[in-house]
Design a protein around this ligand. Structure first.
Ligand code: PMP
Length: 304
C-alpha cells in the first residue's frame, strides 16, 4: 500500500519537508540492517489525539539500540518532545508513528564503529494494516530468527527480512498473514504481531524465548485480560495448541487486536470468539480514552 504522505518528517533533530528526508545510497543500515525501529500509534480521544504507551515504545527503542550497539544520539525525553512536535506539525488526529535509528553514511564493511547514527521520526495515517477482517493464517516454512542469532527482545531492522520472507510466502499462497515457528517447532509469532490462543477460558501466548518480540500490545492485552479476571499464561505453545484452540487472535500496534478465522485451512470454531471480541473492545476503549483506568497509557499530543 502506498504511504499516505504527511507534510513533515523529523530527521536528526529538525522537521524537514517529507521528500527532503533522504540518505546516501551507501548508508550502512541499508546494506547490513544495522538499525532499530518502533511503531507507535496516535488515537483520537475526547480530549484530542493521544499517543498510546509512548514511554514504553521509546524505552524499547533505547533498549534495542543498546543491545544492537547502535549509539542513540537522542534521549527518551528528547524523542518524546520530538514525537509530539511532529504529530502536531502534521496535524494528525490519528496516525502511525515510526521511530527509526540506523547507522548512516560514513564507512562500509561490517565494523560498526565508524558510521554516525541517523534518527528519524515519521508519521502517517494508516488505518487498517491487516485489512480489518478475521485472518486466514498460514504456518510459514521459514523458522523464526533463532534467539541465539539475533536477540528477539531487540526490535532491529535486519531481522525483519525473516518476517518479510514469511509474509511474502503467505500472501503468495493466498493467505493474509504468516505464523512463524521457532526452530524447535514451538509457536513464535506472526510476521509483525504476537499471537494468542484461548482454550477453556485460559489465554495463552508464547514467550520471548520462542523468538517472539516482547510486544507492547501483547503486554496491554495481558493486562486487560487479567483485569477482566481471565487466567493468562505466557508459555510455549505447539502448533496443535492453535489448531485445537477455541479462539486465536493476533495483536500488534499496527494491526490492533485481530481475530483469526483459520490456520492452515483449519477453521476456528467462529470467526471472532467471545473473549477476542471483549478484548478487542476493551483495547479500543483503552486506546481512545474511553476507560479512565487506562488513561495512564495515553500521552496527549496537544497539552505540552
Ligand atoms: N512481533 C513482531 C515481529 C512485530 O514486528 C511487532 C510489531 N512491532 C509485534 C510483534 C507487536 O509488537 P507491538 O505490540 O509492540 O507493536
Amino acid at each position: 500500500m502506498a504511504i499516505p504522505e504527511a507534510s513533515t518528517i523529523w530527521f536528526n533533530g529538525a522537521l524537514v519537508p517529507w521528500h527532503e528526508a533522504q540518505v546516501h545510497v551507501l548508508t550502512h543500515g541499508l546494506h547490513y540492517g544495522t538499525g532499530v525501529l518502533e511503531g507507535t500509534r496516535v488515537f483520537p480521544t475526547p480530549e484530542g489525539p493521544a499517543v498510546f504507551r509512548l514511554p514504553e515504545h521509546l524505552r524499547r527503542l533505547e533498549r534495542s539500540a543498546r543491545m544492537l550497539r547502535i549509539p542513540l544520539p537522542h534521549s527518551v525525553a528528547e524523542l518524546t518532545g520530538a514525537t509530539l512536535e511532529l504529530v502536531r506539525a502534521n496535524g494528525h488526529q490519528s496516525c502511525y508513528v515510526r521511530h527509526f535509528a540506523f547507522l548512516g553514511y560514513g564507512s562500509m564493511g561490517l565494523d560498526m564503529r565508524h558510521s554516525p547514527t541517523d534518527t528519524v521520526i515519521a508519521s502517517w495515517e494508516w488505518p487498517d494494516y491487516l485489512g480489518g477482517r478475521a485472518l486466514r493464517l498460514m504456518t510459514s516454512s521459514w523458522r523464526r530468527n533463532d534467539p541465539n542469532a539475533v536477540p528477539p527482545a531487540a526490535k532491529g531492522t535486519g531481522p525483519y527480512l525473516n518476517s518479510a520472507l514469511a509474509r511474502r510466502e503467505a500472501t503468495d499462497a493466498g493467505y493474509d498473514e504468516a505464523l512463524l515457528l521457532a526452530s524447535d517447532g514451538s509457536v513464535s509469532e506472526c510476521s509483525s504481531e504476537n499471537v494468542f490462543a484461548v482454550r477453556d477460558g485460559v489465554l495463552r501466548t508464547p514467550p520471548a524465548s520462542a523468538g517472539a518480540l516482547e510486544g507492547i500490545t501483547q503486554d496491554t492485552v495481558l493486562t486487560l485480560a487479567r483485569d477482566l479476571g481471565v487466567p493468562v499464561r505466557v508459555e510455549n505453545l505447539l502448533r496443535s495448541d492453535l489448531y485445537a484452540a477455541d479462539e486465536v487472535f493476533v495483536c500488534g500496534t499496527a494491526a490492533g487486536v485481530v481475530p483469526v478465522a483459520s490456520l492452515d485451512g483449519r477453521e476456528l470454531p467462529s470467526e471472532e470468539g467471545e473473549l477476542t471480541k471483549r478484548l478487542a473492545e476493551l483495547y479500543r476503549a483503552a486506546t481512545t480514552g474511553g476507560e479512565p483506568r487506562y488513561r495512564r497509557w495515553l500521552t496527549p499530543v496537544h497539552s505540552s
